[in-house]
Design a protein around this ligand. Structure first.
Ligand SMILES: Nc1ncnc2c1ncn2[C@@H]1O[C@H](COP(=O)(O)OP(=O)(O)OP(=O)(O)O)[C@@H](O)[C@H]1O
Ligand SMILES: [Mg+2]
Length: 402
């Protein structure tokens, strides 16, 4: 089973490319689902068929699904919401305002992720292709499992049994209701589900992200930053689709100028994305809408010999985004791939058992493996698109049992 996520700047052709890739995969005999997490219903437009919240069969082996994040919350979520509202109301917040405040930010995204995981693990599909929303939203979506897990660990203590026995006391002391068991259960379930989502999407043997771009300076710059952020969060990018490439033979001076500008960008893309395959998708004379047009587009894209790969689902070997290495008896190096990151944007803080890495506006609290927890940070350097953090054993902790 493979999960392929397509992301990129607004309007570059994510929906078109993901629908086309899915159509080709199905044509090659794979049971394929193309799923959109974008509230704008453009996947249905590109495929030119109506889609619903459940997978709809479009062609032999090809299904489409529009995740309806506006759908009512699951009952378990309602419990959490109800509890939070109660706390807010007791804290003197107006009931109506409390209602608003408990519409949790990111709830739509959580629902989309849970649905994606449910489909991916249903055993029904060979491939799940995900048409993501534009970059910023996608990054928020993909950062969510980690970030929410981090909050949950802190807001809802893990030792719930202890909390359970102390509840009457705490409730009295705090003057506020302690969450009922149902809430803890719901939160724990959600936490486990989100860990599952993250495991699925960061597992290199199951999931990868493809960047869609058009050969234009602004778009390429954003794609490079996206590659950095995705690596920071531990997601694997396995290819780039350069879409809307103009045909080269043209006598029209206006078009010739575009062709020249694009070929300059394409040369830059080849170096920027190093070892990743770059598939080219020509600018069609008409919008590729409907199955025949999408299939035709995909055949052309993945037949592109410049990328060296004719298979839409080929597994491209890429180094692990994060690795730990023992380089000497008393020295470990944690490597985090951060392609294109600028030294000035990178910040690093050790907080207890976590290493908090910030790149521009993106931050990840990385739980350290146990061997590194007993070490101190000895230095860090950003070189060749990777952040290398050196650790040395902490004499006070090292000799103790782990
Ligand atoms: N190779 C192509 N040749 C011609 N038209 C294309 C090509 N690729 C995409 N288009 C057209 O460009 C428009 C935008 O494409 P698409 O909807 O796939 O982009 P998107 O990245 O999903 O956009 P959004 O960010 O809004 O989700 C559509 O009208 C689509 O038909
Ligand atoms: Mg789209």
């Amino acid at each position: 089973m493979r999960v392929l996520l397509f992301t990129g700047k607004g309007g570059v052709g994510k929906t078109t490319t993901s629908a086309a890739t899915a159509a080709l995969a199905a044509r090659r005999g794979l049971k394929t689902l193309v799923l959109s997490t974008d509230p704008a219903h453009s996947l249905a437009d590109a495929l030119d068929v109506p889609l619903g919240h459940e997978p709809t069969e479009i062609d032999t082996g090809l299904y489409g699904q529009q995740v309806d994040t506006q759908r009512a919350f699951e009952d378990s979520w309602r419990e959490v919401q109800h509890y939070l509202r109660e706390v807010l109301e007791q804290g003197g917040v107006d009931p109506l305002e409390a209602e608003e405040l408990t519409v949790l930010p990111g709830a739509d995204e959580v629902l989309a992720l849970l649905e994606l995981r449910a489909q991916a693990e249903s055993g029904f599909w060979d491939v799940v292709v995900v048409d993501c929303a534009p970059t910023a939203e996608t990054l928020r979506l993909l950062a969510l499992p980690g970030a929410l897990g981090w909050y949950m660990d802190r807001v809802f203590p893990r030792e719930r049994r202890m909390v359970r026995s102390l509840r009457p006391v705490l409730s009295h002391l705090a003057g506020m209701p302690m969450p009922p068991d149902k809430v803890f259960d719901a939160v724990e379930r959600l936490h486990a589900d989100l860990v599952g989502v993250q495991q699925l999407l960061t597992d290199p043997s199951r999931s990868s992200v493809r960047l869609v771009l058009t050969p234009e300076a602004v778009v390429v710059a954003e794609a490079r930053r996206t590659l950095t952020s995705l690596s920071l969060y531990g997601y694997r990018v396995d290819g780039v689709v350069a879409n809307r490439v103009f045909p080269e033979s043209s006598t029209d001076p206006w078009l010739a100028q575009w062709v020249a500008a694009q070929s300059e960008q394409l040369a830059g893309i080849a170096t920027s994305f190093g070892s990743l395959p770059v598939w080219r998708s020509p600018y069609r004379a008409a919008e590729p809408v409907g199955l025949p047009a999408l299939l035709d587009l995909a055949e052309g894209v993945y037949a592109d010999s410049a990328a060296g790969i004719g298979d839409p689902l080929a597994v491209v070997e890429t180094p692990d985004p994060i690795a730990v290495e023992r380089v000497a008896a008393d020295e470990f190096v944690l490597t985090i791939a951060l392609p294109h990151a600028d030294r000035r944007d990178v910040d690093l803080v050790r907080k207890g058992d976590e290493l908090v890495v910030t790149v521009g506006s993106h931050r990840r609290a990385l739980a350290l493996p146990s061997v590194l927890r007993r070490c101190v940070v000895d230095g860090a350097a950003l070189r060749d698109g990777a952040l290398r953090v050196r650790f040395r054993p902490d004499p006070d902790l090292w000799m103790r049992t782990p």
